[in-house]
Write a new protein. Structure first.
Length: 368
């Protein structure tokens, strides 16, 4: 069984010691799962399923309430599970005292201001120094080990299997919502934990919205169909987009589709260790610019995928991060025209030393 948490904890603790941090309070759910194996989800940022308290040395602690105690004990065997009855902050205060924590770090990008105010008040009474951190765990998550890469390949393979099962049934008269529900139902039937994001199915002009929400719009012959879907398998996400036509595509669709396909290939061709997200984005965007569709491509080219479907690194005009071997990213150029519709094509790619490995094998609508 793949259980990498021990190595991850030790790597994080080494980083804490180097930064002279005595303990880290982990609240972000994906980071919590990455470090512990504990899978309980938060019901919104205001209702947590628990926190991790990682000391710079020694055994880590998982704090939760009685709803999740048994699950935490079963899924996080490397952790001491502390069930709090009088609130998380009181438990943190007691533990910081017993562990002699003098500098406590927290995840600034996933911490309610109201909770911080209470933590700050507690820290003042205990002469505890607080330190806001950003991207401390995410930087480790960005580079996948060989087992993670295999889990991502399997997730995408299942994603493609689900897509093909439903793709074969799509016909005029179906609605966007029906197809989206069929995709998500099939994900569960084939063994996925669930979708990695809300499935996008958009017909015709609805596809001009990059994050379209499925409606009761009925598929007509000749309509273009954009499907953006992903699932979670063994904790790891997949993400894929295909755009095709219900029937025979016209020349306009074929020409625009080819431009987007060329942009995707240019982006993939630019990927290798050492380049920045900006450079990869620019390579794909240039194809669309040259074809006269630069203004029709407004979002970034892609994003990292792992335990979360959107994580570091970013491929965009602001993606200054440098790609490293073992990172996994999407490449998803598109063009969106309000009075016509949209086309987006998306594959997942593993960054290698001298190039990229495309995880996808599905070629639906890629050979126009």
């Amino acid at each position: 069984m793949y259980a990498p948490q021990q190595e991850r904890i030790e790597r994080l603790q080494k980083s804490l010691r180097q930064q002279k941090i005595d303990g880290l309070l982990v609240s972000q759910p994906d980071n919590r799962r990455y470090l512990s194996g504990y899978t309980a989800p938060d019901h919104g940022i205001q209702e947590t399923a628990g926190y991790l308290l990682i000391p710079a040395s020694g055994n880590p602690i998982l704090l939760t309430d009685s709803r999740f105690t048994l699950q935490a004990e079963a899924e996080a065997p490397l952790y001491t599970v502390e069930t709090y009855t009088k609130g998380m902050l009181q438990a943190v205060e007691t533990l910081c005292h017993s562990l002699e924590v003098q500098t406590l770090a927290f995840e600034s990008e996933y911490f309610l201001y109201s909770t911080f105010q209470k933590l700050e008040k507690m820290a003042a009474s205990r002469e505890l120094t607080l330190k806001a951190t950003s991207n401390l765990i995410e930087q480790f998550r960005a580079i996948k080990d060989p087992q993670e890469l295999e889990l991502l390949r399997r997730s995408q393979a299942l994603n493609e299997k689900v897509f093909q099962a439903v793709y074969q049934t799509i016909e005029p008269g179906m609605t966007e919502r029906e197809i989206a529900l069929a995709l998500e139902l099939t994900m569960g039937e084939m063994g996925a934990e669930g979708p990695s994001f809300e499935t996008i199915v958009a017909f015709g002009t609805n596809a001009a919205k990059p994050h379209a929400v499925p409606t009761d719009r009925v598929l007509e012959p000749g309509d273009l169909v954009l499907i953006d879907m992903g699932l979670i398998l063994n904790g790891y996400c997949s993400d894929m987009t295909r755009t095709f036509v219900a029937g025979k595509p016209d020349q306009t669709f074929i020409e625009r589709h080819r431009v987007v396909r060329q942009a995707m290939l240019a982006g993939i061709g630019a990927i290798r260790a050492g380049v920045t997200g900006v450079e990869v984005d620019r390579a794909a965007r240039q194809v669309l610019n040259d074809a006269g569709y630069g203004d029709a491509f407004g979002h970034g080219l892609g994003h990292g995928v792992g335990i979360a479907v959107h994580e570091d690194p970013r491929l965009s005009p602001r993606g200054t991060n440098t790609l490293e071997t073992g990172m996994v990213v999407t490449v998803e150029p598109g063009l969106y025209l309000a009075d016509w519709g949209g086309i987006r094509l998306e594959n997942m790619v593993i960054v290698q030393e001298d190039g990229a490995e495309v995880i996808n094998t599905d070629t639906t609508s890629l050979d126009l």
